[in-house]
Design a protein around this ligand. Structure first.
Ligand code: F6R
Length: 247
């Protein structure tokens, strides 16, 4: 695993964006696995700047997002489709038909999961999968549990994730209770993984995920088994790693 230790969120974002841009430049029709949340916003902003300057094009890029809330329409301002449009897709030249996010409104979420898994497999899985990490170590919406879920599936969100995401909704009661997410198996089939983490509230999860035991109770710990992982994090998110590295 490669670790980039950056001084703050902005530096982390520039570093992550440069790794994504390098992927797009080296393979213009690559499949980018994308994430939502606070962690990748700065990287998306940087990518938009490079696009606006004419330094980068997404014309041939295909994208697959990790996850979506069940029950939220694409136009709902907290849906992950909306997030992707607002933070990246609407500002670059990616073709709308080449962007994929699970359908939160699917009549049968299980059928939608099977469709989405097949779609990602049909694209040959991600060339580069961007991830954030939850405070409980989740990746995508793969929450701590008894085993690593393989394929795209429906998940019941844990109380800690509902509380963490409540900041984006009017109240915790408005946070959807279920989501559709790529499985750990889907994520692990990406050829490269880029994980971004910022802030002291991620320090414990980062140290445990990358320096602790590999266990489904800490879903991101599976990444220790992936052959090409890059962690880009700021000083605060890495503050417990110094201790972990000494052990
Ligand atoms: C988002 C996702 C989540 C987030 C994680 C961290 O698509 O799948 O796993 O990456 O919850 O969220 P932030 O970046 O908001 O701290």
């Amino acid at each position: 695993m490669r670790i980039y230790r950056e001084k703050d969120y902005d530096a982390m974002s520039r570093r992550a964006a440069s790794i994504i841009a390098a992927q797009v430049v080296s393979k213009p029709d690559c499949v980018l696995g994308l994430a939502t949340g606070s962690s990748p916003v700065g990287a998306y902003q940087q990518l938009v700047k490079w696009y606006e300057r004419g330094d980068l094009s997404f014309k041939e890029v295909r994208s697959v997002n990790l996850d979506e809330y069940c029950g939220l329409a694409p136009g709902h301002d907290q849906s992950y489709r909306y997030f992707m449009q607002a933070n990246l897709f609407d500002h670059v030249d990616i073709r709308p038909e080449n962007t994929n996010v699970p359908d939160g409104l699917a009549a049968d979420p299980r059928v939608e999961c099977a469709r989405y898994e097949e779609l990602v497999a049909g694209l040959g899985y991600a060339d580069l999968q961007l991830l954030g990490i939850g405070r409980n170590g989740h990746i995508g919406f793969n929450e701590p549990c008894g085993e690593f879920p393989k394929a795209t599936h429906v998940v019941d969100l844990t109380q800690s994730t509902i509380e963490a995401n409540a900041r984006f909704f009017a109240s915790a009661g408005d946070v959807p209770r279920q989501a559709l997410t790529m499985g750990i198996g889907t994520i692990m089939r990406a050829r490269k993984i880029l994980i971004v983490a910022s802030g002291a509230d991620k320090a414990d999860a980062v140290a445990k995920a990358f320096f602790g035991p590999i266990t489904p109770e800490m879903p991101a710990s599976i990444l220790q088994l992936h052959p090409d992982v890059t962690l880009v994090a700021d000083e605060s998110a890495l503050s417990h790693v110094v201790e972990a590295e000494k052990r």
